[in-house]
Design a protein around this ligand. Structure first.
Ligand code: G3P
Length: 218
């Protein structure tokens, strides 16, 4: 499974990229607003840090303007993936951009049928939002299973399932068990994946015993 990091915080991305766990980055208008920085500057910096796909979202809602925005964002770096919302205008834009060889991420997906449409429009990635479905009492992971089944039923559909709106390490584990292609993780969730209380406890015991030997490796 590929790990993307879901943030526009360049310092966080640089720090996490050094772990070798960051295969790509996703941003959205809310994350850019949270960074308080100029979108184009941030995008360029992220693309310089991470060689994998970096999602940058259009903000227009009408096809022609979305297309113009997508083309402008794609010029920033070769690894920019254009993110479009799951609307008919977004799907039209996805079809044109993907037909011209630009990677496209269709975002704000909340149903299996939406994922099927995005794949038919040539999306490189579909982003189902699991946390937001859980928030309203639905089962976000059930949607991931449905999309996995549908895409596997039709091998011509090569769109990658990019699980978004992940809130907990449990979401990540479930997505991996289902066989999602990518998970985009908030930095704090990515950091939590390495943590286990028994690891901490075991390490403390090893170090205490080692100290008793009076030895040093270096
Ligand atoms: O990638 C989309 C993601 O950022 C949405 O997450 O937590 O705002 O639902 P959340």
């Amino acid at each position: 499974m590929k790990f993307f990091v879901d943030t526009a915080d360049v310092d966080e991305i640089r720090d996490l990229a050094a772990t070798g766990m960051v295969d790509g980055v996703t941003t959205n208008p809310s994350l850019v607003a949270k960074s308080g920085r100029d979108f184009m500057d941030v995008l360029k910096e992220i693309c310089d840090i991470v060689p994998g796909p970096v999602s940058a979202e259009v903000t227009a809602t009408e096809h022609e303007t979305m297309l113009a925005e997508g083309r402008k964002l794609a010029e920033v770096a070769p690894n920019v993936t254009i993110k479009v919302p799951m609307t008919w205008d977004g799907l039209k834009t996805c079809k044109v951009l993907s037909g011209a060889g630009t990677q496209v991420n269709v975002t704000l997906c909340f149903s299996a049928n939406q994922a099927l449409l995005a794949a038919k429009a040539g999306a490189t990635f579909i982003s189902p939002f699991v946390g937001r479905l859980d928030d309203i009492g639905h089962d976000g992971m059930e949607l991931i299973s449905e999309i996995r089944t549908i895409y596997d039923n039709y091998p011509a559909l090569v769109t990658q399932i990019l699980v978004a709106s992940i809130r907990t390490p449990m979401h990540l584990k479930q997505a991996a068990l289902i066989g999602a292609d990518v998970s985009t993780l908030p930095p704090d969730v990515l950091r939590k994946l390495a943590h286990h209380t028994l690891t901490d406890k075991g390490l403390a015991a090893f170090l205490a015993d080692w100290q008793k030997t009076g030895q040093n490796i270096l």
